[in-house]
Structure formats: C-alpha cells, structure tokens
Design a binder for this molecule. Structure first.
Ligand code: AMP
Length: 299
C-alpha cells in the first residue's frame, strides 16, 4: 500500500564541523518521502518555487515518488539555514525564508484522497488538518511536529492530536507539550490528548514507543562519524511509515520493526549532508544494518 507524505519541501543551507553546503534538497517531506520510498510507493505533497533545481525533481523521480501533489508556484522555494555545534546535538537556525510556503494550501489531487497511510510530516498543524479533512478513511495516520508549533500553534496541534493514530516528537518537545520532565510520564500524558501510539525520539539515544500494550525501545544505530544530522527525525518517521505500508495486516503489529528500520535509515541520513548519503543507499544495505542492529541488542 502507498504512503501520502505532506510536509515542507525546502532548500537547506547547512553548516557542520565537516563543512558548509548551500541549497541542498531538504524539508521534512523530502527526507520522509525518500526514506519511505525504500519500502513502499510514496506520494509527496508540498510546494516549491520556480527556482527549484530540476535535478531535485529528478532525484524524487529516481525514488519513484509520485509528484502529482507537488505544487510549483511563482516565487522562491522555502529556504532554511542552520548551523551545528561540535557536539552535533545543538542546532541553531540562522534563516527561515518561507517564500512560496507562505501561501501554501495542500489541496490534494483526487487520486491521493484514498491513500491508506498518511504521514503528516513537520508543517503547520492547520495545514496538517487541511490534509486530513480531504482524506477518505485512512488506515493509519502519523503526525510529526516541532517546537515552533508548540510555541505558536498549540491549539491547532492539540486538536490534531485527537485525529491521529500516532504522534512522533523529540524528547524536548514531549517535555514542552506536557510540562513533564520525565519522558515516560510525558508519553502517558500525550496518550490522554489523543494518540494511541506515542513515539519519543531521543536523537543519538534512539526512540521510545509507548502503546496500549506496553513500551518498546529502539536504539539509534551507533555511528562513529555524524556528518550532518539534518532530517534524521524525518527519515526515521518516513522509513517507519514506508515499512508499515509495505506490510500486510494491522499496521500496529509492525510498529517495533518499523522503528528499527526508522533508526537504520536515519543513521544513513546522518552520514552525509542533506540527502546525499540517503539517496545512495540500497534496500540490501538497509537490511544489513538492521541485522547488525538486531545483534547489538540481543542478550
Ligand atoms: P529535522 O532535522 O528532522 O528536525 O528536520 C530538518 C528539516 O526541517 C530541514 O530539512 C528543514 O528544511 C525543515 N524545517 C526547518 N524549519 C521548518 C519549519 N518551520 N517548517 C517546516 N520544516 C522546517
């Protein structure tokens, strides 16, 4: 089955201790769609300006991504610039130029409205609502978010939480949302806001799933060199959704394995700037890393 991915489609200018790269393909939807494409057919919904490089359109196409929902508008593509400190955990946003994103309304082509798996990647919660309003009985809906929306669009986000099966967020965002210092307590509180499944990402320390049947912990794949972690979270949730869409039966039954694949694809993402490493990966390389990860947690 296929996955609908809606989110930001951006040009990212990224500076890390390993170098500086301007105007790479980025955005939550780009990272998530490429990650999902290793496991299932993907439909991308987003907006770019008329400055969007053709080579990035070709890149999406190489991954078999359906671009019927990608709007091209006169003006500039969303541009984000960020800089990382030596520890790679602390990131500073230097620039956010919305460009054509300012007027984005994610109206879906008719053919997209029946897609069973819906990934509401990081984007304003009002737009995530707008997408859900157009969907016909999706099978599984996952939302991602960021601190910005907790600060400026909390009401919309809280309403959204009642409409999704799963919420994926960082540990710091979980704390901010619930005012709980302890992430386990925070996850419990988030269930009461709506989502049956809560996935808390903890960067290099992996991710935690809280569900009605208990908890599951997925480690991050240990890397000895992180070149650029931008998009790791989006890659994690994209691969997770792609994996769920590629499996038969109830999606809930595949969440744990899906998180392992999420960790694996996120690790590839961190090994290069932007999407440069992820786009060279094969399904076989993903399977190999998943086996390595499995060995590391067996005892
Ligand atoms: P992550 O590293 O997983 O948190 O995601 C990084 C991606 O988020 C980058 O590719 C940016 O283009 C994108 N991004 C940054 N700010 C925003 C924003 N305000 N809305 C949507 N996407 C954003």
């Amino acid at each position: 089955m296929s996955v609908l991915v809606v989110g930001s489609t951006a040009l990212d200018s990224i500076k890390t201790p390993y170098g500086e790269n301007p105007r790479l393909l980025g955005g939550s939807a780009s990272h998530a769609a490429v990650a999902a494409s290793f496991f299932a057919p993907v439909k991308l919904v987003g907006i770019v300006g008329d400055d969007f490089p053709k080579r990035y359109v070709r890149l999406y196409r190489r991954h078999g991504i359906d671009l019927a929902g990608l709007q091209v508008a006169p003006g500039k593509t969303f541009h984000w610039a960020g800089e990382y400190e030596a520890n790679m955990n602390n990131r500073r946003t230097l620039t956010t130029e919305l460009g054509v994103f300012e007027t984005f309304i994610p109206n879906l082509p008719e053919a997209h409205r029946q897609t069973p798996f819906v990934l509401l990647a990081n984007i304003a919660p009002a737009l995530q609502h707008h997408v859900l309003n157009q969907m016909r009985r999706p099978k599984f809906v996952v939302a991602d978010t960021m601190d910005l929306w907790l600060n400026i669009a909390l009401d919309d986000l809280l309403k959204l939480l009642r409409r999704v099966d799963a919420l994926v967020l960082n540990d710091s965002e979980a704390r901010q949302l619930t005012k709980e210092d302890n992430v386990i307590a925070a996850a419990k509180k988030i269930h009461r806001l709506g989502p049956k499944y809560v996935i808390v990402k903890k960067g290099e320390h992996g991710a935690l799933l809280s569900s009605p049947t208990g908890m599951f912990i997925s480690p991050a794949f240990p890397l000895n060199k992180v070149v650029d972690p931008t998009g790791a979270g989006d890659s994690f949730v994209g691969a997770l959704m792609g994996y769920l869409a590629g499996r038969k039966g109830a999606p809930e039954a595949h969440l744990k394995r899906g998180m392992i694949y999420g960790s694996v694809v996120a690790s590839f993402c961190c090994e290069g700037f932007g999407l440069t490493r992820t786009t060279t990966v094969t399904r076989a390389a993903i399977e190999q890393r998943a086996r390595q990860l499995k060995k590391m947690v067996q005892f």
